[in-house]
Design a protein around this ligand. Structure first.
Ligand code: ADP
Length: 219
C-alpha cells in the first residue's frame, strides 16, 4: 500500500495528538505551526516540521501542499485563520481537507467553503462519554447519520449460550451484528450458528431506535 502523506496545520492539543498518532502508525506527516516552540517540539516526532503562517498562500504553495493526500486544519481559537486556511487549501485543489470546528457558526462557514470533513472533538467526545454514562453495556458509539449508528454493546447473561439464529436479531430488531469481539479475537461477519458468550462485545449497526429496543430487551 502506498504510504499516505498528511499535513497537519496547528500543533495544539488536537493537532499534536493527530501528528503523534499518524507518525506512530508509520505515516508521513508534515507539521506546520506559526509558533516556533511548537514546531521544535514536533521536529523529532514527524517527518517534517516547519514554521509557517498557513493564511499566507505563498507559504502553503512553497510547501507543495497540493501534493498531500490529506490536510488537517487544527487551528483552535483563531476561527478567522482556520477559515482562511481552509479556503486557500480548497483553492489550491487539495484532495481531502479535515477541519476542527470550534462552534456551530464556524462549522456552517466551513461547510459552505467545501471542507470535506468537519470535526468537533469536544462535542463528539462529550456525546460518546454521555452514551457510556447512560448505559453500562455500551462501550463505544459511532454516529453514521442522525438516525443510524454503529454501537459496541457488551453481551449480558441473557444472551449467553444462544446462537445468532436463535436470537433472530435481524428479523426481530432490524439490526445487524457485523462483528463480535471475544477477548483479543474478532469474528467479522459472524455466521448464524455463532454462539454468543456473556462478555462478548457485539458490534451492532442499525437505526438508533432499533438499537435502543435491542439494548432494553435483550442486553
Ligand atoms: P487546541 O485547542 O487543539 O489545543 P490551540 O488553539 O491551542 O488548539 O492550537 C492551535 C495551534 O494553531 C497553535 O499552536 C497556533 O500556534 C497554531 N496556529 C494558529 N494560527 C495559525 C496560522 N495562521 N498558521 C499556522 N498555525 C497557526
Amino acid at each position: 500500500m502506498k504510504k499516505k502523506q498528511f499535513a497537519v496545520i496547528g500543533l495544539g492539543r488536537f493537532g499534536g495528538s493527530i501528528c503523534r498518532t499518524l507518525s506512530e502508525q508509520g505515516m508521513e506527516v508534515l507539521a506546520i505551526d506559526i509558533d516556533e516552540d511548537r514546531v521544535n517540539e514536533f521536529a523529532s516526532i514527524v517527518s517534517h516540521a516547519v514554521v509557517g503562517d498557513s493564511t499566507d498562500e505563498n507559504v502553503l504553495k512553497s510547501l507543495g501542499i497540493r501534493n498531500f493526500d490529506h490536510v488537517i486544519v487544527a487551528i483552535g481559537d483563531n476561527i478567522q485563520a482556520s477559515i482562511l486556511t481552509t479556503l486557500i487549501l480548497k483553492e489550491l485543489g487539495v484532495q481531502h481537507i479535515t477541519v476542527k470546528a470550534t462552534n456551530d457558526y464556524h462549522e456552517k462557514v466551513l461547510k459552505k467553503i467545501g471542507a470535506d470533513q468537519i470535526v468537533h472533538p469536544e462535542r463528539d467526545m462529550g456525546e460518546r462519554i454521555a452514551y457510556n454514562l447512560i448505559s453500562n453495556n455500551v462501550l463505544d458509539y459511532l454516529e453514521l447519520s442522525d438516525k443510524h449508528s454503529i454501537v459496541e454493546i457488551v453481551a449480558s447473561e441473557r444472551l449467553d449460550g444462544h446462537s445468532l439464529l436463535e436470537l433472530d436479531i435481524r428479523a426481530r430488531y432490524g439490526i445487524n451484528i457485523v462483528a463480535i469481539r471475544r477477548g483479543t479475537n474478532v469474528i467479522v461477519s459472524p455466521l448464524a450458528s455463532e454462539i454468543i458468550r456473556k462478555g462478548d462485545v457485539l458490534v451492532v449497526i442499525g437505526a438508533d431506535e432499533d438499537i435502543d429496543r435491542f439494548e432494553e430487551k435483550v442486553v
